[in-house]
Design a binder for this molecule. Structure first.
Ligand SMILES: *Cc1c(COP(=O)(O)O)cnc(C)c1O
Length: 377
């Protein structure tokens, strides 16, 4: 079951190899370790992501550092990444490696996050990675099936097929969800795939012969079986999400005063894990929608650099202004393949009503789209 699913998911991602693991955090952590992260390294990612991205970096022994996002896509801004390398790093004259000047720590990798289902602008990031000899682990946990037009390769590429490796989560609320916890690493590198295969199973390839010390991070056969069945439907479900996104765009079209809709770059085809709008009075809008029995979420309200868990990293408010500006105003509207036209019209009506300052109504509830990460919701 596991091997069959791995073969099919590798095909789906247009990657050579897929290794099933216990969850998305395992996928990130094993990919980082297999890519060669050493204790004390610095790995660069973005501050507006789920904490699993940085947990994996820390738990692989490295220190997460951040660069700000692009205002329109909410994904890593490659210009900021370049600026980071040019102003905050210098070459270590002894080893030739890139060093973070302040920490004197080798910078060895980049983790771009394909947030909300849209791929990050990968070409410039991969160019920087080549220039500075860094690995790139794609956090594709929200982007199963998303594509990006690579100018370097002059073709469309799938999420998880561009970096050194890609990490996927099959948490139930993701675009492809298991019936419990599951994840996978994709890669074109057979050595890396082999290392992940060992890491997920206590460092063994043969029973009780441990090449290295590993983890308990296997993909359950029953989850692989469920995923195999659901994978067949994923292209259609993703297409539904895209249609629903276009319908939201359409319904909001004549009411764009005060609302910023999701921006989809012409070089990507997003799979709309989330449909995220941006408004000035977000909390008021969210309250209005809650009263109208429409469930919304904020992905994510506190950026990682301001989380208590990362107080020791020494960041302060103002360090990543684009992220901080966005998190105060973003709101994820209901988004799932089964959302119907009538429900969407009601959602949009209520949003418009709230922004126009009118009172809420109470009708049938619209829930069910936010299983991901909100385990305690
Ligand atoms: C869901 C998610 C993860 C972690 O996946 P789990 O399966 O919950 O461990 C990591 N990164 C992002 C961006 C996610 O959305």
């Amino acid at each position: 079951m596991v091997e069959q699913f791995e073969t099919e998911f590798a095909q789906f991602c247009e990657a050579e190899y897929c290794v099933g693991v216990g969850n998305g955090t395992d996928a990130l952590r094993f990919a980082l370790i297999a890519a060669g992260v050493q204790p004390g390294d610095t790995v660069v990612t973005v501050p507006n992501t789920f904490i699993a991205t940085t947990e994996a970096i820390s738990q692989a022994g490295a220190r997460p550092d951040f660069v700000d996002i692009d205002e329109r896509t909410y994904n890593m801004d490659a210009r900021k990444l370049q600026e980071y390398f040019e102003t905050q790093c210098c070459p270590d004259l002894r080893t030739g490696k890139l060093l973070n000047k302040k920490m004197r720590s080798p910078v060895t990798g980049i983790v771009p996050v394909h947030l909300y289902g849209q791929m990050t602008d990968m070409d410039p990031i991969l160019e920087l990675a080549e220039r500075y000899k860094l690995f790139v682990i794609e956090d594709a946990c929200q982007a199963h099936g998303a594509t990006y037009f690579s100018r370097r390769e002059n073709r469309w590429k799938k999420a998880g097929s561009m970096g050194t490796a890609g990490a996927f989560s099959f948490y139930p609320g993701k675009n492809l969800g298991a019936c419990g916890e599951a994840g996978a690493v994709t890669t074109n590198d057979s050595t890396l795939a082999g290392k992940v295969r060992m890491l997920r199973d206590h460092g063994q390839l043969q029973k009780y012969r441990h090449e290295i010390e590993g983890y308990n991070g296997r993909l359950d056969a029953i989850q692989a079986g469920i995923l195999q069945v659901k994978l067949k439907h994923l292209p259609r479900w993703n297409q539904r999400r895209r249609t629903i996104a276009r319908r939201y765009d359409e319904l909001f079209r004549s009411h764009l005063d005060g609302i910023i809709l999701p921006y989809e770059s012409p070089r990507t085809k997003a799979v709309y894990h989330l449909y995220v709008i941006r408004v000035k009075n977000r909390d008021q809008l969210q309250m209005h929608l809650t009263q109208a029995k429409i469930m919304t979420q904020v992905h994510y309200p506190t950026p990682l650099h301001l989380q208590k868990a990362y107080a020791t990293l020494g960041h302060k408010e103002g360090d990543f202004p684009v992220t901080e500006g966005a998190v105060a105003e973003i709101l994820s509207l209901p988004m799932y393949p089964q959302l119907n036209h009538h429900q969407q019209e009601r959602i949009v009506q209520e949003v418009i009503k709230s922004l126009a300052g009118e009172a809420g109504s109470s009708r049938s509830p619209i829930v069910g789209s936010f299983v991901s990460e909100g385990r305690a919701d």
